[in-house]
Design a protein. Structure first.
Length: 99
């Protein structure tokens, strides 16, 4: 199991409609990856009408619910970093790689 310092960082987030995203940088302390099928979605996504996140943050992947991802080991992400992207009403983990 990884320690907090070893959790993969959210290297980039291009989801304009998320309250935790400011200038392509996630300000949530940690994100959870969930979703179903071919969409590995960021379950931490919150619409812009609510301001969220910390003033300064190096966001990490706190949990991954996608056991079918190549980077998932015991529900922990083993990727070196992840990229989050999508439209204004969804946020996908672009690092997701189905086994």
């Amino acid at each position: 199991m990884a320690t907090l310092a070893e959790l993969p960082q959210v290297a980039e987030c291009t989801v304009a409609g998320c309250s935790n995203n400011e200038h392509s940088s996630c300000h949530a302390a940690a994100v959870t990856i969930g979703g179903a099928g071919s969409d590995a979605q960021c379950a931490t996504f919150i619409p812009l009408s609510i301001k969220g996140g910390l003033d300064t943050a190096m966001s990490s992947v706190g949990a991954c619910q996608r056991a079918d991802c190549n980077h998932n080991e015991h529900l922990e992400c083993t990727a070196s970093s992840v990229r989050i992207g999508g439209g204004s009403d969804l946020a996908d983990c672009l690092t997701f790689a189905r086994r």
